[in-house]
Write a protein that binds this ligand. Structure first.
Ligand code: 5GP
Ligand code: ZN
Length: 116
């Protein structure tokens, strides 16, 4: 983990170099709307620190994970959203395109399974 990678898109969003539509933030995480939404509600929860993906977490990163999922739960509660899907793509083969850990929350339309 590094605090910030100047070439990373989401690190630039964290510091405000790239604007984002933020719903919630605290000292560890930021939640903002996805620029290319795949559902009526599509938000991303990210750590402020630069972490490439879930694969780069350590066994003692439980508090950060709780902060990320807790932030998404609050966004859902605040929006009256009861049915939603959370996803984190790990690796290009699984669909990861931004290599700064992010958890998607999608809601507002029927969801099929399995995902494509
Ligand atoms: P991934 O494909 O890595 O799982 O998800 C990356 C997500 O970031 C995509 O859903 C994409 O639409 C979103 N994204 C990419 N660039 C930007 C941006 O500049 N601003 C915002 N808000 N979302 C972005
Ligand atoms: Zn980053």
């Amino acid at each position: 983990m590094t605090e910030r990678d100047p070439n990373c898109l989401f690190c630039r969003i964290v510091v405000g170099e790239i604007p984002s539509d933020r719903l919630l933030e605290d000292d560890r995480v930021v939640v903002f709307r996805d620029v290319n939404p795949q559902a009526p509600t599509h938000v991303l929860a990210i750590p402020r620190a630069h972490i490439g993906s879930l694969a780069d977490l350590d066994d003692d990163d439980g508090e950060l994970l709780a902060a990320l999922f807790g932030a998404l739960r609050r966004v859902a509660e605040d929006g009256g959203i009861t049915d939603y899907r959370v996803i984190s793509n790990v690796g290009a083969g699984a669909g990861q395109s931004v290599f700064h850990l992010h958890i998607h929350l999608l809601a507002g339309r029927p969801m099929s399974w399995p995902p494509g």
